[in-house]
Design a protein around this ligand. Structure first.
Ligand code: UP5
Ligand code: MG
Length: 191
């Protein structure tokens, strides 16, 4: 159902590392289709469906929702977009998710990994939490998100590192500086 030549870049990094911020810039400059798994889940929560209620409580606990749900949402958004090149932001977050996506959707061309110390991510999330309205931007949930990231999501980065697909970029400098590094990576890819 997905057109041949479909291309996916995974955008990974801890909570608050700046994935969404960099994806916005990538879209503005390169016109890939941005799909944030977290945004798709939050849309479902907003719809107040039974599924949405279930997702809300999982996200509030900083846990991972079942991969069937995220993969179905991503697949639907990919097909519905009519696009061919995608930035998949914040997915896969566990090794089994990566393997299932590879088996049922496609292999990623590349993985951008935004590397950031936990203290920096925590500061960013707490500061965003003042206005974001995100129910997971509070100190208690942030701790749980970090635990999930370290235990379940880092192995995904290791998996793709072993396959030579990871471009690791420091997410600590200001957004425009991080984006300079991103551009270097993406322009190396055009060839
Ligand atoms: N900011 C950004 N870059 C900065 C920089 N270079 N310097 C200074 N400040 C910077 O940025 C976060 C904040 O930092 C913003 O205020 C920004 O201005 C500032 P943002 O770009 O939003 O970072 P991002 O990495 O996108 O942070 P986000 O909170 O979205 O990360 P998460 O990975 O935690 O959230 P996500 O939405 O992906 O997932 C939420 C939850 O959904 C998960 O915890 C999980 O429960 C669930 N989920 C799944 O179960 N499965 C999935 O596949 C996906 C999500
Ligand atoms: Mg995000």
């Amino acid at each position: 159902e997905l057109p041949p030549g479909t291309e996916v870049l995974f955008v990974l990094g801890g909570p608050g590392s700046g994935k969404g911020t960099q994806c916005d810039r990538i879209v503005a400059k390169y016109g890939l289709k941005h799909l944030s798994a977290g945004d798709l889940l939050r849309d479902e929560v907003k719809s107040k469906s039974a599924l949405g209620l279930e997702l809300e409580s999982i996200m509030k606990e900083g846990k991972l929702v079942p991969q069937e749900t995220t993969i179905a949402l991503l697949r639907k958004a990919m097909i519905g977009s009519g696009c061919q090149r995608f930035l998949v932001d914040g997915f896969p977050r566990a090794l089994d998710q990566a393997k299932t996506f590879e088996r049922t959707v496609c292999l990623p061309r590349l993985v951008l990994f935004f590397d950031c110390p936990l203290e920096t991510m925590e500061e960013r999330l707490l500061s965003r939490g003042k206005t974001s309205g995100r129910s997971d931007d509070n100190a208690e949930t942030i701790k749980k998100r970090f635990k999930t990231f370290q235990e379940q999501s880092i192995p995904v980065v290791d998996y793709y590192e072993e396959r030579g697909k990871v471009k690791k970029i420091s997410a600590v400098p200001p957004p425009e500086e991080v984006f300079l590094e991103v551009q270097q990576v993406l322009e190396g890819l055009q060839a």
